[in-house]
Design a protein around this ligand. Structure first.
Ligand code: CA
Length: 288
C-alpha cells in the first residue's frame, strides 16, 4: 500500500472547477487496488467535502495547506491553528493596507464585504481588459466559487468568532504589494507563508504545511512516504514534493515547479492526474 496525494486547484480540478470522469475513475481504481488517496489543498475541508461528494469519492483530506487532516469518514484527525494574538496582528496589518483577505476556520471562510466587492471589481476590469492578467483574473474569480463564505463588516467581527483560525489568505494583483505582505509575515515567529497562485499568499502555523501533514498521515497509517506519489502545480505543493519518492508536476505548472519534480504529467484540462495515477499503478504492477 502507498499514498497518493493530490492537489485540487490547477491539478485535480479542470477549468470548470470539477473533477473529470477520467480522474474520478483513476482515483477509484487506485483505492480499489489498495492505495490510499489524499486530497491535499489550500481549500477548507467543508469546501473539499462538497466537491468530493459531488464526484462520489471519499479520500483522506489535508485541508487549508496542512492545518487540518480529515479521515475518509469525515472525522477530523489533526488540526493546527494560528494563535488569536497572531491572527489579530495579521488582520490588522492587512486591514490598514486594504488587502482583500479570507480567514478560514473549520466552520466558514470569513471575508470583509467592502474589500470583497472591491476585489471582484478589479477582477472584472482585468478580465475585460484582455491583458496578460486576464487568465490570472479568471483564476482569482474561481476563488469566489468556494463554499462557506460569511461576509462581515470589519476584522473585529472575525476576531470575535469563537472558532480557531486555520489559514489566512491575502490577495492582490499588485506584485509589489503582495511581496510586501509576504516579507512582513515571513518574519513572524511560528508562521508559514506559501502561495498557490500569482495573486495570493497563504498564511498558516509554521507546523501546518501540506508536506508535514502528509508525513503525519503516513505515520498514522503506519506507512512511509518513500514510494508515495504527490501531484501538484504550485509553490504550496513544494513541501509535499520534498517528502515523497515520486513527485509529479502538472503540465500546466511553472517551469520552476517542474524542475524539482521527478516527472511531469499532462495538464489539468487533459486529465493529468488520471494519467499520473495510471502510470504509477503500472510501475507497481511491473515490480510485482
Ligand atoms: Ca494548486
Amino acid at each position: 500500500m502507498s499514498l497518493i496525494a493530490i492537489d485540487l486547484d490547477g491539478t485535480l480540478l479542470n477549468g470548470q472547477n470539477e473533477i473529470s470522469k477520467e480522474n474520478i475513475k483513476a482515483i477509484q481504481s487506485a483505492q480499489e487496488n489498495g492505495f490510499e488517496v489524499v486530497i491535499s489543498t489550500g481549500r477548507a475541508y467543508f469546501d473539499v467535502r462538497t466537491i468530493c461528494e459531488k464526484a462520489g469519492i471519499s479520500p483522506y483530506v489535508i485541508g487549508t495547506n496542512g492545518a487540518t487532516i480529515h479521515a475518509k469518514n469525515g472525522e477530523c484527525i489533526s488540526s493546527i491553528t494560528i494563535t488569536r494574538d497572531c491572527a489579530e496582528s495579521i488582520l490588522q496589518w492587512l486591514d490598514e493596507r486594504n488587502y482583500y483577505y479570507e480567514v478560514f476556520t473549520d466552520q466558514a471562510i470569513y471575508a470583509l464585504k467592502k474589500e470583497r466587492e472591491q476585489f471582484y471589481k478589479e477582477i472584472q476590469s482585468l478580465k475585460s481588459a484582455d491583458s496578460e492578467m486576464t487568465e490570472l483574473a479568471a483564476e482569482a474569480e474561481r476563488q469566489f466559487d468556494q463554499f462557506g463564505f460569511v461576509l462581515v463588516e470589519s476584522c473585529q467581527d472575525i476576531l470575535d468568532q469563537a472558532e480557531e483560525f486555520n489559514n489566512i489568505l491575502a490577495c492582490s494583483f499588485d506584485k509589489m504589494k503582495l511581496e510586501e505582505a509576504w516579507n512582513e509575515f515571513k518574519t513572524f515567529d511560528g508562521l508559514m507563508v506559501v502561495s498557490s497562485a500569482d495573486h495570493n499568499i497563504e498564511i498558516t502555523n509554521k507546523r501546518a504545511t501540506k508536506g508535514m501533514a502528509l508525513e503525519k498521515l503516513a505515520f498514522m497509517l503506519n506507512d512511509t512516504l518513500e514510494q508515495a506519489m504527490a501531484i501538484g502545480d504550485s509553490n504550496n505543493d513544494l513541501s509535499m514534493f520534498e517528502k515523497v519518492g515520486c513527485s509529479v508536476a502538472m503540465g500546466n505548472a511553472k517551469d520552476e515547479i517542474k524542475a524539482v519534480c521527478t516527472m511531469t504529467t499532462l495538464t489539468n484540462v487533459e486529465n493529468g492526474v488520471a494519467y499520473a495515477i495510471n502510470r504509477y499503478m503500472e510501475s507497481f504492477a511491473a515490480v510485482k
